[in-house]
Design a protein around this ligand. Structure first.
Ligand code: CA
Length: 233
């Protein structure tokens, strides 16, 4: 894990449990960020890029499931879900939604640390996620942050690159302006969705798709944008 402490993000609105987790994990050598609402949690995820997330299901604004979905849309960072209920239905829901594990309150320190250790062990042996997208029209290398169209390397700004990455990672799926704001901008607070429109226009132009009838980056009026699957590939 290198010389830096592993970063963990805790999203928990209960002050006592938040404090308890913070000091417990701090003692274990984690660098802890605590968020007390779903929105703050998503924002903190963008900012701190944690290696691990502990997520309470019952939050005051977005519920934990929504937060889980948003994080899963962007990354494979392991997520341990905390819930007050120990229903099988919640557990199945959590694991289906992409949680890595599940812990019912109240839990013991030993239990929590054991779960976290197991998650981290799996993480280091896990298969890498997809690192490129190539549909015959465009090749996006997510690791090297390179984009190639018609054998030409296209230079994009970081925002344009993240915008394009979000679209092709969700090929065929409509993403709203709000979702794209969250994917592409580091600090999404107070950002007008109108900016997305202009960023998409610039992105299309750079990829030489602005005048082409069959630009794969489609505007779905009233809903958002999507990258249309290449049926010829
Ligand atoms: Ca709660």
């Amino acid at each position: 894990m290198g010389s830096e402490d592993p970063k963990v993000l805790i999203v928990e609105d209960d002050a006592d449990i938040g404090q308890l987790l913070t000091s417990m994990l701090g003692r274990e050598g984690y660098s802890v960020t605590l968020a007390t609402t779903g929105r703050d949690g998503i924002r903190a995820f963008h900012e701190s890029r944690p290696q691990l997330v502990i997520l309470d299901v019952g939050l005051p604004d977005l519920d934990g499931w929504q937060v889980l979905e948003r994080i899963r849309d962007m990354s494979d960072t392991p997520i341990l879900v905390l819930t007050a209920r120990s229903s099988e239905r919640d557990k199945v829901r959590g694991l289906n939604a992409g949680a890595d594990d599940y812990l019912t309150k109240p839990f013991s320190r030993i239990e929590l640390l054991a779960r976290l250790q197991a998650i981290r062990r799996r993480q280091t042996t896990a298969t890498p996620t997809r690192t490129t997208f190539d549909d015959g029209r465009i090749r996006v290398d997510f690791t090297r942050q390179e984009v190639v169209v018609d054998n030409e390397l296209v230079v994009l700004t970081p925002i344009e690159f993240r915008l394009l990455s979000a679209l092709v990672r969700h090929v065929g799926q409509i993403l709203s302006a709000d979702q794209l704001v969250e994917f592409a901008w580091q600090d999404p607070t107070g950002l007008a969705p109108a900016r997305v429109k202009y960023a998409v226009l610039r992105l299309r132009r750079k990829l030489s798709w602005d005048f082409s009838e069959d630009s794969p980056i489609e505007t779905v009026r009233g809903f958002g944008y999507r990258y249309v699957p290449n049926v010829r590939s």
